[in-house]
Ligand binder design. Sequence first.
Ligand SMILES: Nc1ncnc2c1ncn2[C@@H]1O[C@H](COP(=O)(O)OP(=O)(O)OP(=O)(O)O)[C@@H](O)[C@H]1O
Ligand SMILES: [Mg+2]
Length: 314
Amino acid sequence: MSSIVTLTLNPALDISLHVDAVVPNHKIRTDPPRYDPGGGGLNVSRVCRRLGEPTTTVAPVGGPPGQRMLSLLTADKSPDGTADNARIVAIQGDTRQSVTVLGRQSGDEYRFVLPGPTLSPGEIAACLAEVLSAAESCRCLVISGSMPHGVEDDFIEGLVGRLSDCRVIVDTSGSALRAALTSGAYLVKPSARELGSLVEGDLITEADVTLAAHEIMAWANIEVLVVSIGAGGAIAVTPEQTFRLRAPTVQVRSAVGAGDSMVAGIAVGLHRGLDLPRAVALGIASGTAAVLTDGTELCHASDVERLLPLVHMN
Ligand SMILES: Nc1ncnc2c1ncn2[C@@H]1O[C@H](COP(=O)(O)OP(=O)(O)OP(=O)(O)O)[C@@H](O)[C@H]1O
Ligand SMILES: [Mg+2]
């Protein structure tokens, strides 16, 4: 039984392509594609394992893309042979695919996210039953990624209400993010961009972000709001404290997976009994480590270890 469980309701088969340049109206030859299992919670699971905490990962899986994603997930083992414990709910529709194209000349990344399947009420109920069973004696459940069609915004609140002694961490977007903020979850991690979609006016400075985070905590029903601000690190707000942690300055290769790596670092930190600032610092080191790697490649534990002492509070 893993102590960290992740739920990915809209997982994906990630396809990464390298090209010389993206030019219109021409055939663009690509290098051989790289395939990875993707979607918020699956990435969180893979990073937790790299940081030394194998997880149980719950996800609906369907069609040939889903089977490919699943075989990549189960083949992704740590050097000691540990893989994540995958608890799969078979669904009728095809698992989503997502395509990242990296232009070598410009260094620009283009990300195409195909629409995912619509889950039926029976499939949603099966996902709920599976995650409740997986989370029975776990201490931390991470719900991450977008919500598929068919899943109502109150899904997270309903799930949180049926768990006891389990800290729930949520990283999602759009109307599901707004709903997560009143769900009774322990911690919600929007990016500053996502936070901006919840308040009036633009969030330009860090003071704007802090003000917006306080405004949201005034009506939210969660214990911790961690707003990630890319290269700036993060601002965390609880009813008792507000703190700001700066990310180390690094050479960015790809920001894909930074948020998922950050959430994994926070979950691992809390699971290991670190206090909140130290857990968020581990999250920032993991997020920053993820930007050092190409495309969909996730962070390396050695980079996280090296960067952690460079995360500063102020
Ligand atoms: N350019 C960067 N330099 C250093 N660290 C970074 C950089 N970009 C991201 N990070 C790290 O990754 C964390 C998460 O990044 P970010 O705030 O962009 O969230 P995100 O979830 O990836 O964003 P979104 O979901 O809006 O795409 C940051 O808090 C930071 O630790
Ligand atoms: Mg994100």
